[in-house]
Design a binder for this molecule. Structure first.
Ligand SMILES: [Zn+2]
Length: 254
């Protein structure tokens, strides 16, 4: 379990911090299982009330990440709790969380099918499947293909992302933002489903028919995002437990 004393200044009950760290570890393992994360990529979670985030250590395997290994890192990049280095692309998380107070969790990954769409002339990812209304405002493409290791690079990426819920990074990867770690996991699943659907249409040689504005309005009228996230979080966590990927005792709320 996490150290109560070292995290006592978070203004959060310790049980909440422990749960958040367990969510980060579980979502990382699940995204690895789903092929969305692999040897690289990471999830961060904002510590409410603090200019700090939770994130995994640089080289810990995404396949077997442990909650007690999750670091607390300040928005200045200082490790406040934990005895390892954060990922080198930490500025992605810091600058997005600073720029977007509405965002509680950030995923950076190198989803292969998403990257493919940054390397095709004249093709962008549009909302195709019903759940992709999440990205109805657009999915900007960040033009810098290099790894984001500097504050200035993180700032530029946050600027490209703007108010949107996803951005692609040319020839490199993508970022997703959400209101919670469970929501981030479910958004990642739906993002890949949508990109895959579009790729299947293109590979069939057909002209894609994206969702229209009227269709998205109709979907949004019946959307119950919180319920949907709860349902799918339960599905994936229980699947993880039943397959031996996740320890039953982690406080994941299902
Ligand atoms: Zn990267």
């Amino acid at each position: 379990m996490l150290d109560v004393k070292t995290r006592a200044g978070t203004n959060l009950p310790q049980a909440d911090v422990t749960r958040l760290a367990a969510q980060v570890a579980a979502a990382t393992r699940l995204l690895n299982m789903l092929g969305i994360l692999d040897y690289s990529g990471h999830i961060s979670a904002r510590l409410p009330g603090r200019d700090a985030l939770l994130i995994q250590p640089n080289t810990d395997s995404r396949a077997e990440l442990l909650p007690e290994r999750i670091l607390t890192v300040s928005f200045d990049g200082e490790v406040l709790q934990g005895d390892d280095k954060p990922p080198s692309e930490l500025p992605i998380h810091i600058e997005i969380l600073k720029a977007r107070p509405d965002v509680q969790a950030v995923l950076h990954c190198h989803m292969r099918i998403a990257i493919a769409f940054t390397m095709m002339e004249g093709v962008t990812i549009k909302p195709m499947r019903a759940r992709s209304v999440r990205w109805e405002s657009g999915i900007p493409v960040h033009p810098d293909p290099s790894h984001i290791k500097l504050k200035e690079q993180g700032l530029a990426l946050a600027k490209t992302l703007g108010p949107h819920n996803a951005a692609l990074m040319r020839a490199h990867g993508m970022v997703l933002t959400a209101e919670s770690v469970p929501a981030l996991l479910i958004d990642a699943v739906h993002f890949e489903e949508n990109a895959t659907a579009l790729m299947q249409v293109l590979q069939a040689g057909a002209k894609p028919i994206a969702l229209t504005r009227a269709e998205m309005d109709q979907i949004n009228r019946h959307e119950r995002r919180e319920h949907h996230i709860g349902k799918l979080w339960k599905y994936y966590v229980r699947k993880g437990i039943s397959e031996g990927l996740l320890p039953r005792e982690w406080p994941l709320g299902v």
